[in-house]
Write a protein that binds this ligand. Structure first.
Ligand SMILES: *Cc1c(COP(=O)(O)O)cnc(C)c1O
Length: 657
């Protein structure tokens, strides 16, 4: 099940004023018209949950949404028992200030765990997605200590960590939750008392030094409370190990316990009806139920090129008519003349090579990169035989001024008489716009500053719809790309801070080059039957090679097999009657930590005297003893032996292997 907040005003609706500046409006959601239900108490009344916010009690309604087979519980602070300030707490996603944010996260984490308990659910494994939910770990400890009065906080932590998984979703600082200690002191005295901690001990749970300041960091706390952690692509896993290495002193970077599970997309939510019907005919029904099986996708080979192309072209045409209709509405809303409104029907060409770019307008995503050389862009767009056109959409965070500048630049450029027929910005990016674009474009463009795109998912959505990706080798594309399935911009270079301008210049030129030399010629190279054979070969290779892996079906199996199930096994082992095993484990761990300085491995036996890369090797720590006063130098030189010893203690069978 999932737990979240129900925002009365959601995120925001976006429209642009005549100058191209993003404007935000916040229409009120009417829950009666949304797919949410009140969760009933036994007596039929609407269930609520209570949490302490500073010294005020907050009462929140509990709602539920059915998402497929999953229950999504949503908390809503707009309850008449609350002060006005607390009633407004769940008005907006990203609304208010830092105080609002920490209070939202108290409701989510602490309130969320309480709802699950009220529902009578005994949760074995929690998955904290980004630090926002991390306070749940403290409420979980509080509950366990309440049920087992002699348990210390540290014992509770060691036991509960076994059933706690944490996923890091971004390396970008704006996405990492950190709070000043004034807010911690304002909100948590009751909690550190309930946990039997001193103020200092509580402060240390999330301490992170940032530019001369100490902050309370939810990612830090989450890493300390999880026994499994991961980033959302292989590259992001590496970046995360580097970022959080400081939390694991003495552990080499590649051994920092943060793995990677690459994101995937929910195929059934993103594929067009037309393409789905085509797959039904040539792949059989299994592509819908077992999309992570690579065998299923091999049958894409059987789809005749003409049918694949016709299906894709139909979706491009639908996208163009959708975009024109939206543009008419946008023109009308800005008070354009009737003839101007009508001119929307001459914008975009249903047969032209169409490139899509739609995502949040965070600055690292560089939505304006293709506008660096306007003359070169104009030549490409206005080629009478081989035209190119672009569809843009995306919201900037309401407080992100540079992000809003990007939107304004695109809106202004799109109004240039030489470009306006071929470059459009669709307002109010949402899943509807996302569907029309990922289903209709020929090429999906992604040009973030590597390595800031943790994964990116919109490009995965085009795979199933017969589009191709052209992207910087960042996030998912760094592992998906090969020359058969799409195009790379650059070769995965990274630049130093301060070199942004040079980077933009080099990478925009690289994009124009790929577009001119590879993408455009291949798209317009048609056989006598009018089909772009080479292009369709690429589309099929992209579908055959990428579809299985970049589906949520594969992703969820991986979370289950590598994180959820092992966490479940660990947790159930440690939570036997009276928490006997769990307490024993926590005390053993304490003992090892205390004695660690004095551990010495005297002798290690290795089977065989040579080994090739990729072969396995038997290693045994045959004699070890704990001695006092080993010198620092000796310790460093036998670090790898100590690591083996640790493995040996934790799991003799694995060490044997
Ligand atoms: C897929 C999707 C995203 C995520 O796109 P990224 O490529 O990960 O930035 C964001 N918003 C909407 C509406 C989407 O459909």
């Amino acid at each position: 099940m999932g737990v979240g907040l129900l925002y009365q005003e959601g995120y925001f609706e976006q429209y642009l004023n005549a100058a191209g500046w993003q404007q935000e409006s916040y229409p009120i959601n009417d829950y009666a018209n949304q797919p949410v239900q009140p969760v009933p108490n036994a007596d039929g009344s609407h269930m609520t949950v209570q949490v302490l916010i500073a010294d005020e009690t907050l009462t929140a309604y509990v709602w539920v949404a059915d998402v497929g087979r999953v229950k999504l519980y949503l908390l809503d602070a707009n309850h008449p028992a609350n002060s006005q300030e607390l009633r407004d707490l769940t008005d907006r996603l990203y609304g208010g200030d830092r105080r609002t944010r920490i209070r939202q996260e108290i409701l989510l984490g602490i309130g969320g765990m309480r709802v699950l308990r009220q529902l009578g659910l005994n949760i074995a494994v929690v998955h904290m997605n980004e630090g926002h939910s991390a306070l749940l770990a403290l409420e979980r400890a509080r509950q366990l200590m309440q049920d087992n009065p002699s348990l210390s906080f540290w014992e509770a932590r060691d036991i509960l960590a076994a059933g706690c998984v944490y996923t890091i979703h971004t390396p970008v600082p704006a996405g990492l939750e950190r709070f000043g200690y004034d807010l911690i002191d304002e909100h948590f005295p009751w909690l550190w008392k309930a946990l039997g901690l001193t103020r200092d001990e509580f402060h240390d749970l999330g301490r992170e030094q940032m530019g001369g300041y100490d902050l309370f960091s939810l990612p830090v706390m989450a890493l300390k409370f999880a026994s499994g952690a991961n980033g959302v692509s292989q590259l992001h896993g590496e970046v995360s190990r580097m970022m959080w290495q400081w939390l694991f002193p003495d552990v080499p970077e590649h051994e920092v316990p943060v793995g990677a599970v690459t994101n995937g997309v929910h195929v059934q939510s993103w594929i067009s009806r037309e393409m789905g019907d085509l797959f039904d005919r040539y792949l059989g029904p299994r592509w819908r139920s077992e999309s992570s099986d690579p065998e299923v996708w091999k049958s894409v080979e059987k789809i005749p090129d003409a049918e694949l192309w016709r299906t894709h072209e139909r979706r491009r045409e639908r996208m163009v008519s959708f975009a024109r209709q939206r543009l008419r509405e946008q023109f009308r809303a800005r008070g354009a003349s009737p003839s101007e409104v009508e001119s929307a029907d001459e914008i975009l060409n249903p047969d032209a090579l169409t490139i899509g770019f739609a995502r949040r307008f965070a600055t690292y995503k560089r939505a304006n990169l293709i506008f660096r050389d306007l003359e070169r862009l104009k030549r490409l767009v206005n080629d009478p035989h081989r035209p190119v056109q672009f569809v843009f959409a995306g919201k900037a965070h309401p407080h992100d001024q540079p992000g809003k500048e990007l939107i304004r630049e695109i809106a202004r450029t799109a109004a240039d008489p030489d470009l306006r027929h071929a470059i459009v910005f669709l307002e109010n990016y949402d899943m509807t716009i996302a569907r029309y674009t990922v289903q209709g474009v020929d090429v999906w463009l992604n040009n973030p500053r590597r390595p800031k795109e943790a994964s990116g998912t919109s490009g995965m959505k085009v795979i199933y719809n017969g589009g191709l990706n052209c992207s910087i080798l960042d996030g998912w594309w760094a592992e998906a790309y090969n020359p058969r399935v799409g195009w790379a911009i650059g070769m995965g270079e990274e630049y130093n801070p301060g070199d942004e301008d040079a980077q933009d210049e080099i990478e925009s030129q690289a994009f124009y080059n790929v577009l001119e030399q590879d993408i455009i010629p291949m798209f317009y190279n048609r056989g006598r039957d009018g089909l772009p054979r080479e292009w369709l070969r690429k589309v099929k290779d992209s579908m055959i090679e990428l579809s299985a892996f970049f589906s949520t079906d594969r992703m969820l199996k991986e979370y289950y097999e590598r994180y959820y199930h092992p966490a479940y096994e660990r947790y159930t082992k440690l939570t036997d009657a009276g928490l006997k095993t769990g307490r024993g484990f926590a005390n053993w761990l304490e003992h090892v930590k205390d004695a660690w300085e004095d551990v010495e491995v005297v002798d290690v036996q290795v089977d065989g005297d040579s080994v090739n890369v990729g072969e396995s090797l038997n290693v045994r720590a045959v004699r070890c003893r704990i001695t006092a006063n080993i010198k620092q130098k000796q310790r460093a030189s036998c670090m790898w032996r100590v690591a083996l010893l640790m493995l040996f203690i934790a799991s003799p069978t694995q060490a044997e292997r």
